[in-house]
Design a protein around this ligand. Structure first.
Ligand code: ADP
Ligand code: MG
Ligand code: MG
Length: 884
């Protein structure tokens, strides 16, 4: 088998499109090499080897050895160096790289090939012994960490101790002899702790490093990352072995990372950070605070140290040109790693850069304007759920800010929460439903769970490309990094802000991730503006989609919010929610507790004007857009008091004997209310309820039409139908009321009568039910519940276990079960339309706002989806993507 693909010297065996085989990093290294960009030569061991490794007791295929050695020989020829050689030694980086980007989750070993001999040769060759010993100590540190499992903190302790003894603050101040001493101490420590000497054979180092990188595919943080991002374990990682170039070769050398556009705002300007005389890991680790690449960036961030543009004008100019080439080639914003070795530029990585949603939006819209991508490309580049970030609050600009510290604006949006100092605390707090801000000196990949649990993240060290910044942007949570003016004293549960402010663990702070500020206490926030790039992209999306997007709204507030978000009607108005408000609950109870029809009618007469005024308001807000009103659905005892104390209160308010009330409640108690006396069953038992609702609806429609001048596009929906006869009965009631209201007012309101499809029987008998129903709305919450026989309210006790044990992949109440519930939907749609070709079809469960489910609805030929107001923009975008 061909296990190894080479790159370098202007050619490559693979391409960017081969990322499944070569991993994203390996594929793009190949692409860059083939484009003739300055990439150190190397080879990529394919992801299939990862599968082989785990399938064969963590061993490597026999024929891999020769292919790697051949690749090594080619690298030696290309560089004029020898692996393990005693004159011009070739050093290697052994890098992980999966199909999907998993930044920092797996391991990489740099500077491999050094030993007590080659370190001398390296120093001699470079004319810089200090560099050689610095590189050797880096190698030991990394190799011991990755391959031998030595805790890197032990090395840091030795290094700190050594620096203190020499009176140095920074690594860069260390001399050759001092580094050499560090190396001896490292090696002694390894011998003491492990009883074995640090391996001196470069080939042994290489094979062990390759094995360790494959092994890192299964390390806990990589596994967690994959779970969070739905990356299958079968994909595996590739391993790229590449010739080293050195950013730590004195003051004309440097290493850095850059984005071709600003990843936070999307602005079209090169954006990056670098460190002089350093190696790649130093930038990410936040050991020194990095410098801006561009002069513009330096000024914007108030940096004191010179930019790369000033310091290394030639390398900078070349780098800038390469960035332009790469962005044009990949037609997307790139996230780039590079190194300058004694003034010469080398490209080490490029990938489509992670960005905030705001930036993604701006970049997509700008690239359409630049003629680089199409409207459809732009639409497909935004992850619908990420729009949530833009819909999140920001701090009210009018409020007085109590700033207790500031740092870099690493991820936008604002959030308030209690201060916690560890990921464990954050996770525990989330479980208790408390909102927290995770405050750390810096974060590492181990913190990923804690960051997820937090509302926002604050670090006191690190730059815009530090771990905390990258991860927070990906998660869409506000983040401020490098807030050097704040001191974290985690040991004493304290945080010291500017001006002597002392806050304790549990105190509330607010982060403004867009301004990079930390504020004391809770701060008023406002909703964001939905115009500009957002507005343009949504307009394009609206042109592309076939399905309408409606909202589930029960109140005027919901309806107004949804219209502002672009809803094209109401797909579900749950009338029962109107009965809980204020005084109405009393009248509702009167109705429920009435002993005969006359008593019920008396109470219903009081409810009628209340319902009517609600509907008038809803119809007016929706002026002419379709509104689907569902008749009363829940079991009646939901409106009654439960505890003894509540019963006593209500009895008193209603002038009733508490014992009598308790007996009435007992009489309508049900063992399984979700499958009990509810939905159309209520309308059949007590037609006067449906009559009142229908009258309120028709009178309101008449009034609203007169008021707005737009006829109401009315749809009346009967819940929980399983039998056509049920629908026929309730529709009969509706039709009679419609006729008599028309007679009274002299105006007949046009309306559709339809049903929810939320019982498997209704789906199966759709062709018969459609003889009466003029529309179907798939109530996928109940349909999921009734199809699975899983109670929605009790699912949480075992669904997570099911997921952990691999019994189910997704919670079917969150993402539609395409196979079972989905088949019922398809079947009902098909059978229904066979009877009535213009049968209107929609979905109104929670799934109506879930992008995967929306894509399913597109394929099933539904006319619209309906979701909660805040998900309307998400649904608009997802519906467009589904149609493209
Ligand atoms: P990650 O996926 O964690 O970014 P990488 O494989 O990209 O891991 O490597 C980590 C760091 O090592 C990067 O900063 C990169 O620039 C640096 N690096 C990797 N290969 C080389 C090389 N051949 N020469 C110099 N630096 C390298
Ligand atoms: Mg990298
Ligand atoms: Mg239902």
């Amino acid at each position: 088998a061909k296990w190894v693909y080479r790159f370098g010297g202007g050619t490559a065996e693979g391409r960017a499109a081969d990322s499944a085989l070569l991993g994203g990093k390996g594929a793009n290294l190949a692409e860059m090499a083939a484009l003739g960009l300055p990439v150190p030569p190397g080879m990529t061991i394919v992801t299939d080897v990862c599968g082989w490794y785990y399938g064969n007791g963590k061993t490597l295929p026999d024929d891999l050895r020769k292919q790697v050695l051949d690749g090594l020989a080619a690298m030696e020829e290309e560089t004029g160096r020898t692996f393990g050689g005693d004159t011009r030694p070739l050093l290697l980086s052994v890098r992980s790289g999966a199909r999907a980007s998993m930044p920092g989750m797996m391991d990489t070993v740099l500077n491999l090939g050094l030993n007590d001999e080659t370190v001398q040769a390296l120093g001699h060759d470079a004319g810089d012994a200090r560099f050689a010993w610095d590189t050797y100590r880096r190698f030991i540190q990394m190799y011991a960490d990755v391959v031998m499992g030595v805790d890197h903190e032990i090395f840091e302790e030795i290094l700190e101790d050594e620096k203190a003894q020499c009176g140095h603050e920074y690594d860069t101040e260390m001399s050759a002899v001092e580094w050499q001493h560090v190396v001896s101490r490292y090696k002694e420590m390894i011998e003491e702790e492990f009883g074995e000497v640090f391996p001196q054979d470069p080939h042994e180092q290489l094979w062990k490093a390759i094995g360790a990188v494959f092994a890192s595919w299964m390390n806990p943080r990589a596994v967690t990352f994959r779970t969070l991002h739905n990356i299958p374990a079968e994909w595996g990682t590739a391993v790229s072995v590449q010739a080293m170039v050195f950013g730590n070769l004195g003051s004309t050398s440097a290493t850095g990372v850059a984005f071709t556009r600003n990843p936070s705002t999307g602005e079209k300007s090169l954006y990056g950070e670098f460190l002089v005389n350093a190696q790649g890991e130093d930038v990410v680790a936040g050991i020194r605070t990095p410098q801006s690449i561009t002069e513009e960036g330096r000024i914007a961030t108030g940096g004191e140290k010179p930019s790369m543009e000033k310091l290394m004008p030639e390398a900078f100019a070349e780098f800038k040109a390469v960035c332009t080439t790469l962005e044009a080639h990949f037609r997307d914003m790139q996230d780039i790693e590079f190194t300058v070795e004694r003034g010469k530029l080398f490209m080490l990585q490029t990938r489509n850069g992670k960005r905030t949603t705001r930036a993604a939006m701006k970049i997509a819209v700008d690239m359409v304007d630049e003629g680089v991508i199409t409207h459809e490309d732009a639409i497909c580049r935004i992850e619908p759920p990420s729009l949530d970030q833009l819909l999140h609050p920001t701090i009210d600009p009018k409020v007085q800010r109590r700033v207790i510290g500031s740092g870099l604006p690493a991820s936008p949006g604002a959030a308030s929460g209690e201060i916690v100092f560890s990921s464990e605390e954050a996770i525990a707090a989330e479980a208790e439903g408390r909102k927290v801000i995770l405050v750390r000196t810096e974060t590492s990949p181990e913190d990923i769970h804690g960051m997820h649990a937090a509302e926002g993240v604050l670090t006191t060290r690190g730059g815009m490309t530090s771990h905390a910044a990258v991860v927070a942007r990906g998660m869409g949570i506000p983040c401020v990094v490098g807030a050097g003016s704040i001191r974290v004293d985690a040991r004493n549960d304290k945080l010291l802000g500017v001006g002597g402010v002392v806050l304790k663990r549990g105190d509330i702070i607010t982060l403004d991730g867009s301004a990079g500020q930390v504020l004391a206490g809770v701060v008023p926030m406002i909703q964001p503006e939905l115009s500009g790039d957002f507005g343009r992209l949504m307009e394009w999306a609206d042109k592309c989609r076939r399905m309408d997007v409606r909202t589930n709204a029960d109140t005027p507030q919901d309806a107004r919010a949804a219209r502002a978000f672009g809803a094209e009607g109401i797909g579900l108005c749950r009338t029962e929610h109107m009965f809980f408000e204020g005084e109405r609950i009393h009248v509702m109870r009167e109705m429920i507790l009435a002993e005969d029809e006359a008593g019920r009618r008396a109470a219903l007469d009081k409810l009628l004007p209340m319902q009517r005024s609600d509907f008038i308001e809803l119809f007016s807000i929706m002026s002419g857009l379709p509104v689907t009103i569902r008749l009363l659905d829940p079991p009646l005892h939901e409106f009654l008091p439960k505890t003894e104390a509540e019963i006593a209160d209500v009895a008193e308010a209603m002038g009733m004997e508490p014992g009598f009330l308790a007996r009435r409640i007992d009489a309508i108690h049900e063992f399984n209310p979700m499958m009990g006396h509810r939905g159309c069953r209520l309308a059949i038992s007590y037609p006067e309820i449906a009559e009142m609702q229908a009258r309120a609806i028709f009178e309101a429609a008449d009034a609203a039409a007169a008021e707005t001048g737009a006829p109401v596009a009315l749809e009346i929906m009967v819940p929980l139908v399983g039998l056509r006869a049920e629908l026929d009965y309730v529709k009969g009631v509706i039709d009679r009321v419609a006729a008599s209201v028309a007679e009274e007012t002299g105006n007949a309101t046009a309306y559709l009568a339809g049903t929810m499809i939320e019982l498997p029987r209704a789906a199966l008998r759709a062709h018969v039910i459609a003889e009466t129903a003029e529309f179907f709305s798939f109530g996928t919450n109940d349909l999921t519940q009734t199809t699975f026989g899983i109670s929605r309210d009790d699912a949480a006790t075992f669904i997570p276990t099911y997921q952990r044990k691999g019994i189910i992949e997704h919670d079917p109440f969150v993402s539609l079960d395409f196979e079972g519930v989905g088949e019922l939907i398809q079947l009902a749609a098909e059978r229904g339309r066979r009877t009535r070709s213009d049968l209107k079809l929609g979905i109104c469960g929670e799934h109506g706002g879930d992008p995967a489910s929306i894509s399913f609805c597109e394929d099933a030929g539904l006319d619209y989806v309906s979701c909660s107001p805040f998900r309307v923009p998400i649904a608009r975008l997802a519906a467009a993507q589904a149609a493209i």
